[in-house]
Design a protein. Structure first.
Length: 357
């Protein structure tokens, strides 16, 4: 029985021909995505309306005259009933109009188009580094279970999870910038370096496209420190979760049967243990994006990174309702998109998930 189990796993392929059951799973996931998207628009709109402060006073100041406050309310539709405001909000949203930021006086879509590439560049490097190091440390810790190397990696991962991100960021900024000058203090480029020609808004990609290698190096030099600070928590989480997932599988009967058949240890680990652990790791990898978006607010403010976190923070402190709504919608869309992607990937990888659905 164990040998048959091992053989079936060894011969399985994560991406098979699309079956009717799998098509049904995909259709249900996409339908739930649409329902969630509609719900997000309602929740985002409702939360901005429940803010106790008056956005007119937050924008115009406490000394604003009643006439100026009334004009502000009329201009932004704050004097109309809630259902009417929500309907107008959905109509503008379908047209791609998120309103005008009260802080920058720019369309929110323009501000997001500038802030999102900066955060995406930071988040992508952080997530890729966390995935590479976290999975590697987790696999090594599991293979050297209860040995000194395992204890060291477990202690380091516990520290990465436990230490607050803002403390790590401030400490890294003090030591590596102020004290030793190894990295720049903040921003995406040095003051004397001009941005590359705009293509995507991500300076690394735009520098490669324009073949401006000095700008690329400067952008990477600015990226490394905040990305490393942002990745430490996820490295700790992924190390601990990968170790637990592998230890749960490595003593299963079909893994022992694979070893008994004389398969090399590398084949056993890759073809049997890691393949079975991938769905759990993919799920945690999806959750890492949530940690990145949450931690980006602190990291971007510490390192003066002009991204989505800093933009959202300034919008919240000035009660800039259009900007708050735009940031909320984008973040929520990223969350549900990642969850949808993780569900679909797990449905492709693990046939048991399709059966349970």
């Amino acid at each position: 029985m164990a040998v048959a189990r091992a053989t079936s796993l060894g011969e399985s392929r994560p991406f098979r021909r699309l079956s009717p059951k799998l098509v049904g799973v995909v259709a249900r996931r996409i339908a739930s995505f649409a329902y969630l998207a509609i719900g997000i628009t309602f929740v985002s709109f409702a939360l901005t309306q429940l803010v106790p402060a008056d956005p007119a006073l937050a924008t115009l100041g406490q000394d604003a005259t009643p006439a100026a406050i009334h004009a502000f309310h009329v201009r932004y539709g704050l004097d109309r009933p809630l259902p009417v405001r929500y309907g107008l909000y959905l109509e503008r949203l379908v047209q791609g109009d998120l309103g005008t930021s009260q802080q920058t006086q720019n369309p929110v879509t323009h501000d997001l188009s500038v802030a999102i590439p900066a955060t995406a560049e930071l988040a992508l490097l952080s997530v890729l580094g966390a995935l590479l190091l976290g999975m590697s440390f987790g696999i090594i810790a599991a293979l050297f279970r209860d040995r000194p190397l395992d204890y060291v990696l477990r202690v380091l991962s516990l520290g990465g999870v436990s230490v607050p991100t803002f403390w790590i960021g401030l400490s890294a900024l003090y030591l590596l910038y102020f004290k030793y000058g190894m990295f720049p203090g903040g921003g995406r480029l040095d003051p004397t370096t001009f941005p590359p020609p705009h293509l995507t808004g991500a300076y690394t990609i735009d520098s490669i496209a324009a073949r401006q290698w000095s700008t690329l190096w400067n952008a990477m030099h600015h990226l490394i420190l905040p990305a490393a600070v942002l990745a430490l928590f996820n490295i700790g989480v992924l190390t601990r979760y990968t170790r637990s997932a592998i230890l749960e599988i490595i003593d299963q009967d079909y893994v022992r049967a694979a070893r008994a058949r004389g398969l090399p240890e590398r084949t056993v680990i890759i073809e049997y243990v890691l393949r079975a652990a991938i769905p759990s790791i993919v799920t945690v990898f999806g959750l890492m994006f949530a940690n990145v978006l949450a931690g980006a607010v602190l990291v971007e403010n510490i390192f003066a990174w002009p991204g989505l976190g800093q933009y959202g923070y300034r919008a919240a402190t000035t009660l800039d309702l259009p900007a708050i709504t735009g940031v909320s919608l984008f973040v929520a869309t990223v969350y549900i998109t990642i969850n949808l992607t993780v569900d679909l990937l797990n449905s492709f990888i693990d046939p048991r998930i399709r059966v349970s659905d």
